[in-house]
Design a protein around this ligand. Structure first.
Ligand SMILES: Cc1cc2nc3c(=O)[nH]c(=O)nc-3n(C[C@H](O)[C@H](O)[C@H](O)COP(=O)(O)OP(=O)(O)OC[C@H]3O[C@@H](n4cnc5c(N)ncnc54)[C@H](O)[C@@H]3O)c2cc1C
Length: 226
């Protein structure tokens, strides 16, 4: 998107039928983290623009200093498509990059497979946004695959629709000891209050349970209202 905005003829190749990758696919309920360890805003640019557009459409809540946010996950697809289209990016969906064409040490093209066939996309500049450094690895750049034990554990987010959100927050507060959970955020009336004030569709409750130690051992649960 940044390349296209500078006027470069830009092609975005995506294997899935939507944009935003791992942010959209697992239903992320927030885009983290825009603040430093003191919660001071340190990231702006395109990510913040994207969030602000979500908020403008009533599909996100950004805290006052911008460091934290909550989003309604499915809406990320629309915003991403809108922004890419407005920037004038050429978009190929359902298209796999699976090999590279090199001239010595220089990357000249990427081999792309689509339903329509296979071809080589030549380019002057390539940006590898595959998350796994696929292109860089195929070019021969040093890389390593992390051992499974060292890979960060995933968190679990639940979004329930059509419920009495105030009652759920109250339930989490009352049951945190019985469930052996640390209820983060609920101690801070401001956080919950802010969510409540900004809840345009206030029947959507968001619960995040993050485990840090073992799959059955929850270290944190946060509850908010989207
Ligand atoms: C279950 C889960 C929950 C998470 N929760 C949160 C959260 O709440 N908040 C948060 O901030 N982060 C969260 N994350 C992490 C966050 O989603 C990622 O850090 C972020 O999406 C990485 O962005 P990226 O652009 O680097 O990679 P990705 O989002 O993975 O994007 C890579 C894109 O490249 C495409 N691609 C890859 N290889 C190829 C290829 N060979 N050809 C064509 N296309 C290809 C993929 O389809 C994808 O669209 C979570 C991750 C997971 C898995």
């Amino acid at each position: 998107m940044a390349a296209a905005r500078t006027g470069a003829n830009t092609l975005l190749v995506e294997r899935h039928g939507y944009l935003d990758g791992c942010s959209t696919a697992p239903y992320n309920t927030s885009i983290g983290w825009f603040g430093d360890s003191h919660d001071q805003l340190i990231i702006r640019g395109l990510p913040m623009e994207y969030l602000q557009r979500m908020e403008k459409d009533g599909q996100a809540f950004i805290t006052r200093n911008g460091a934290k946010n909550q989003i309604w996950p499915p809406y990320t697809k629309k915003i991403a498509f809108d922004m890419v289209e407005e920037a004038g990016v050429n978009l190929w969906l359902h298209s796999w990059a699976y090999d590279v064409v090199m001239d010595g040490d220089v990357l000249k093209g990427v081999v792309i497979q689509t339903k329509g066939g296979r071809g080589i996309m030549l380019g002057k500049t390539f940006v590898d946004t595959s998350a796994d450094a696929d292109i860089a690895a195929w070019c021969g750049a040093p890389n390593q695959v992390e051992d499974i034990e060292n890979i960060k554990q995933v968190s679990r987010d639940y979004i329930a629709c059509g419920v009495d959100s105030a009652q759920v927050v109250e339930w989490a507060r009352e049951n945190k000891d019985r469930l052996g959970l640390k209820v983060a955020g609920l101690e801070h009336e401001n956080t919950v209050g802010a969510f409540r004030r900004n809840a345009r569709a206030c029947d959507r409750v968001w619960i995040r349970a993050t485990h840090r130690v073992a799959p059955t051992e929850f270290a944190m649960i946060e509850v908010g209202i989207l």
